[in-house]
Design a protein around this ligand. Structure first.
Ligand code: HEM
Length: 81
């Protein structure tokens, strides 16, 4: 069984800068993507989702609808909402 912690939305929202860490959520899971921000092919736009949910942004940028993107995201999972 997974031993990853449960976070509140408030904790996620408090992580929305490179200084404090950049956390996002996706389908109920929490990700610390701080290290990925500088590697993002779409540049700084990724910071629009900092502290919040990826889904509305990925709905706008369909380039994320591929298995490869979910594999990248999975590497940064730190817990559940
Ligand atoms: C492109 C990953 C969040 C906007 C990409 C690509 C990857 C990626 C792998 C390249 C896709 C390809 O060309 O095949 C991620 C991951 C994210 C994330 C893992 C979250 C952890 C976001 C957010 C936005 C965004 C929140 C917008 C608010 C874009 C744009 C491109 C892009 C505009 C296209 C760049 C271009 O081809 O010129 N992203 N992304 N991404 N992403 Fe993201």
């Amino acid at each position: 069984a997974s031993a990853l912690p449960i976070f509140t939305q408030e904790e996620v929202t408090s992580h929305r800068s490179l200084e404090d860490g950049v956390w996002v959520t996706y389908k109920g899971a929490v990700y610390n993507i701080t290290e990925f921000v500088a590697m993002h092919p779409g540049g700084d736009k990724i910071m629009l989702a900092a502290g919040g949910d990826l889904e509305p942004f990925w709905a706008l940028y369909a380039v994320h609808k591929q298995e490869h993107v979910l594999e990248i995201l999975a590497e940064y999972k730190i817990g559940e909402l």
